[in-house]
Design a protein around this ligand. Structure first.
Ligand code: SAM
Length: 235
């Protein structure tokens, strides 16, 4: 696993130290073991975990340096993309949020086994924590992968971002359509598309599209709405 990860990371311009590789090894073993009894991921082949989880999570670093910043991952699930990024950037403070406690419990085990101390876990809904003073507009970056359609996601994620900060959405190929559907949400939530990047994972035909949204002004006080409302009635 380690050699393949090291080589694949190199192809993306990502340098991993021996210490980082050791942490990924533990993460991988725990993921496979825990997945036997708890539904964490449908991706279990070694190569696929490396490329579609680890490399995919870290590839954003080609476009944005996260060193010394603060980052929240909304809907982290089994830790993607937040945990690989936290391993890659040990000096950066990460908050990983999810409403499913069992998945966070899994991440907690990995953090303990690896001695990772730059990650805080939050169990709860983004709609609730996005209103909490301690977290609202408290992060330079918010990242999120495979959680919701853009209009919903923007309401869940942008309240965490500082004015001038970025929400980085990991998406697959249908970005144009999604962006059109999210025009109203962007207007209401005071953000704009700052950049779009298309990226092919090494040795795959797996495309990833990143959309970066810059927060131009504070999020209006009424957002995010009550838990469940953003999805039920998207902006
Ligand atoms: N981001 C991970 C990944 O890419 O593998 C997990 C994706 S999984 C399909 C979606 C995750 O988002 C689930 O773990 C779910 O519990 C979480 N989630 C969905 N809506 C949420 C919300 N409103 N607040 C917090 N977590 C949420």
């Amino acid at each position: 696993m380690k050699d393949f990860l090291l080589q694949s990371a190199k192809k993306c311009g990502i340098e991993l130290s021996a210490e980082m590789l050791g942490k990924f090894q533990v993460f991988y073993e725990e993921l496979i073991e825990t997945n036997k009894t708890l539904n964490l991921t449908a991706i279990t082949e070694e190569k696929d975990v490396v490329l579609k989880h680890f490399i995919d999570s870290m590839a954003i670093s080609k476009f944005y340096g996260l060193s010394g910043t603060s980052v929240i991952d909304v809907g982290t699930g089994a830790g993607f993309p937040g945990l690989p990024l936290a391993i890659l950037y040990p000096e950066t403070k990460f908050v990983l949020l999810d409403s499913l406690k069992k998945r966070l419990h899994f991440i907690e085990g990995v953090l303990e086994k690896c001695g990772i101390d730059n990650v805080e876990l939050i169990h709860g809904r983004a709609e609730d924590f996005g209103r909490e003073e301690r977290y609202r507009e408290g992060f330079d970056f918010c990242v999120s992968r495979a959680v919701a359609a853009l209009p919903v996601l923007l309401e869940l994620c942008t309240p965490f971002v500082k004015v001038g900060g970025l929400f980085l959405s990991y998406k697959s190929e249908r970005l144009g359509e999604e962006l059109r559907a999210a025009e109203r949400a962007m207007r209401v939530l005071n953000c704009r598309v700052a950049a779009e990047y298309e990226y092919e994972l090494p040795d795959t035909d797996f495309f990833r599209v990143y959309a970066a949204f810059e927060k131009e002004k504070n999020t209006p006080g009424k957002y995010p709405r009550q838990a469940g409302k953003p999805k039920k009635n998207p902006l």
